[in-house]
Write a protein that binds this ligand. Structure first.
Ligand SMILES: [Zn+2]
Length: 116
């Protein structure tokens, strides 16, 4: 259940931000989550609900946007988005090298808070 420590961290950031801006109630938390991340939205929301009880973020809805994973070709330096629907092996669309690195896609970021 790796969503739990992640959501604890997210809530901490949310509450810190809420305090700083004297927010009374957080309605929604917009997040971006990399497509390669194995965080599940349902569990994220469930843990968030649990952790945020009694705080200004109680009842806030997580709005999660999945962002495509980015790859970088080690042969030519070309950057491209990973197509997860493709069953072919990953190869650089420019030089067809298979020597590619995942440079993003597992990260999560808080984009915005909707609050009163
Ligand atoms: Zn390449």
């Amino acid at each position: 259940m790796h969503e739990l420590p992640v959501m604890r961290e997210v809530l901490e950031v949310v509450l810190k931000h809420a305090r700083k801006h004297r927010v009374e109630q957080v309605h929604a938390v917009q997040m971006r989550v990399g497509e390669m991340s194995d965080l599940e939205e349902e569990w994220m929301q469930r843990y968030f609900d649990h952790l945020s009880k009694g705080t200004v973020a109680e009842g806030a809805k997580l709005k999660i946007e999945r962002v495509p994973a980015a790859m970088e070709c080690r042969s030519c330096g070309h950057r491209f988005n990973l197509d997860l629907t493709s069953r072919e092996r990953i190869a650089c669309p420019r030089c067809t090298s298979r020597d590619c690195l995942l440079i993003s896609g597992r990260e999560y970021t808080i984009v915005n808070l909707e609050a009163v």
